[in-house]
Design a protein around this ligand. Structure first.
Ligand code: ZN
Ligand code: ZN
Length: 126
């Protein structure tokens, strides 16, 4: 792994936050000021292809990068876009699986809400 890729992988894997490429770029450049934006995007793509991280496509918003490459559901704030991990819904998957002719090989599940921080600001008349 190149030094750049190690740095970028380190940023994604260090925190449970699901950051956008721009956020990762800002954090990476704080440590390696010479880093180009294109290098960050290219290395994120390589890390996804290698299966070390996962890319989460977001509707009408930039994609986010997840340190957990295995399938798991997400809770997304509709206001600020904050993404949290949810536990695997074993019972839900099992009940869906029961009606299918073959095994489920993966899934992409997002649940939406308004996060506590955004709900809090709404009380102030925003
Ligand atoms: Zn929010
Ligand atoms: Zn996740």
């Amino acid at each position: 792994m190149t030094r750049q890729r190690e740095l970028i992988y380190g940023i994604v894997s260090a925190a449970p936050e699901h950051r956008t490429a721009e956020e990762i770029y800002d954090l990476a450049r704080a440590q390696m000021p010479s880093l180009a934006r294109g290098t960050v995007y290219r290395n994120l793509g390589l890390l996804v292809r290698e299966g070390l991280i996962r890319k989460l496509e977001m509707p009408e918003a930039p994609a986010r990068y997840d340190r957990e490459p295995g399938p798991h559901p997400h809770l997304v704030c509709q206001r600020c876009g904050r993404v949290e991990d949810l536990a695997t819904p074993e019972a839900l998957l099992a009940s869906i699986q029961a009606d299918l002719p073959g095994p489920i090989t993966g899934y992409d599940l997002k649940l939406y809400h308004i996060c506590p921080a955004c709900r809090g600001s709404g009380k102030d008349g925003v």
